[in-house]
Write a protein that binds this ligand. Structure first.
Ligand code: AMP
Length: 417
């Protein structure tokens, strides 16, 4: 029987993983510069945590979650996104009591049973940040600045930031009524999917990709034109701050995110280097969510970004870091006792932080040299009876072919990085 990875999941192989590590390093560094601290939550949680926060009628909860009964008949779900778990941890561990503003970030796998296609997987990876405890629009803008700084440090230039305000509990219900009335009037012109959404999640009709829907809904009222005074002020301040720090953006009144918990600011970063799945990152404010999950009323704002899509953009623009690092030193052993010596010496050098490799397959000298070359080793030292007796050997620099006699007792002093 041959086993294969599950549809929509991917192995990240040696040769590919270096690009991941590079992205991860940049994320950790930029998060630290913005004073966000890492938080790691479990990969699975009680199902109700997600249905409550993301919303019962969203696509994620309705169609995409990996939900199963465990052996004690408890319904558990593999994380489809990061915010709900972070807020659960925030509440459970009383993080708000230790500090009035909690700035955290995460990175890891998420799971959604979507139809796999380019840029859409069933296990994918996100990094994201959450700032919990403040209503300040400074933080809405800090989130976008943070995401864009990460892209910029990775050399990604092709992106667009779209922002919108999705209102709050004061102005959204009235707007929703207005929208539903209008959508009901033009119902017959909508696609079957949008007709279903009209009943379940009317705001999502606005971001339908269907051309017919787009034409039919061209003149429907938009939330941004029906905000209450508080939401208008917040949205205006967000725009002023974006201008003040020189971040370019477009207001997109149709931007409604696929998760129900957003209030006020919503944003999305897209890239023209991606195909139909062009969203690199998205996020927004969620001032009611902590309370909804059982905590004290606490405002918050966050974003999440897909790593696979970021890597696709890096590859398209030729910015994927190459996997060039081989071992610093490769021992070529001429016989068994020299191999044992090389093995012991390799262990000592490795303990000093030097990457060393040797032959484990009983290969000929020629084949060992070929292997050292294939692995891109910087130096080769050939050891045999003569070398071990004299305590001296040739150190070959594989970059320029130069050779130098060295003492076997002080190999590390002869290596340049
Ligand atoms: P969301 O939580 O849906 O706002 O997603 C945030 C980001 O995660 C998106 O902008 C994508 O970059 C990424 N993402 C979401 N779903 C998937 C998926 N199924 N496969 C790959 N990346 C995804």
């Amino acid at each position: 029987m041959k086993f294969k990875s599950i549809k929509g999941t991917k192995d990240i192989l040696p040769g590919e993983v270096e690009a991941w590590q590079h992205v991860e390093r940049v994320v950790h560094r930029v998060m630290r510069d913005f004073n966000y601290r890492e938080i790691r939550t479990p990969v699975f949680e009680t199902t109700a945590l997600f249905s409550r926060s993301i919303g019962e009628l969203t696509d994620i909860v309705n169609k995409e979650m990996y939900t199963f009964l465990d052996r004690s008949e408890e319904s558990v779900t593999l994380k489809p996104e990061g915010t709900a778990s972070v807020l659960r941890a925030y509440i459970q561990n009383n993080l708000g009591e230790q500090s009035p503003l909690v700035k955290v970030y995460y990175m890891g796998p998420m799971f959604r049973q979507e139809r796999p296609q380019a840029g859409r997987l069933r296990q994918f990876h996100q990094f994201g940040a959450e700032a919990i405890g403040s209503q300040s629009p400074l933080l809405d803008v800090e989130m976008t600045a943070l995401a864009l700084e990460i892209y910029s440090q990775l050399g990604i230039k092709q992106f667009e930031l779209k922002i919108n305000s999705v209102g709050c509990e004061k102005c959204r219900p009235q707007y929703k009524e207005l929208l539903v009335a209008e959508l009901t009037r033009i119902q017959s012109k909508l696609s079957p999917e949008s007709q279903a959404r009209l009943k379940q999640n009317p705001l999502r009709v606005l971001d339908s990709k269907d051309e017919g829907d787009k034409a039919a809904t061209k003149n429907v009222p938009l939330m941004k034109d029906h905000l209450c005074t508080e939401c208008v002020e917040h949205f205006t301040k967000v725009q002023q701050l974006l201008n003040a720090i020189g971040i370019k953006y477009a207001i997109d009144g149709r931007l409604v995110r696929g998760l129900d918990y957003y209030t006020k600011t919503a944003y999305e970063i897209t890239s023209t280097a991606l195909g139909s799945q062009d969203a690199l990152a998205g996020g927004g404010r969620y001032d009611l969510l902590v309370e909804k999950l059982g905590g004290k009323p606490t405002p918050g704002v966050g974003f999440a970004a897909g790593i696979e899509r970021l890597l696709m953009v890096l590859e398209k623009s030729g910015n994927t870091p190459k996997d060039e690092a081989g071992p610093v030193l490769f021992f070529v052993a001429l016989d068994n006792s020299s191999l044992t010596w090389a093995f012991a010496e390799a262990t000592k050098l490795r303990a000093k932080g030097i990457a060393v490799e040797l032959d484990y397959l009983g290969r000929s000298v020629k084949a060992q040299m070929r292997e050292a070359n294939r692995q891109n080793a910087r130096y080769v030292v050939v050891v045999g009876e003569t070398e071990l007796k004299s305590g001296k050997a040739k150190l070959k620099d594989m970059r320029n072919g130069g050779e130098q006699e060295i003492s076997l007792e002080r190999i590390d002093g002869s290596l340049q990085s």
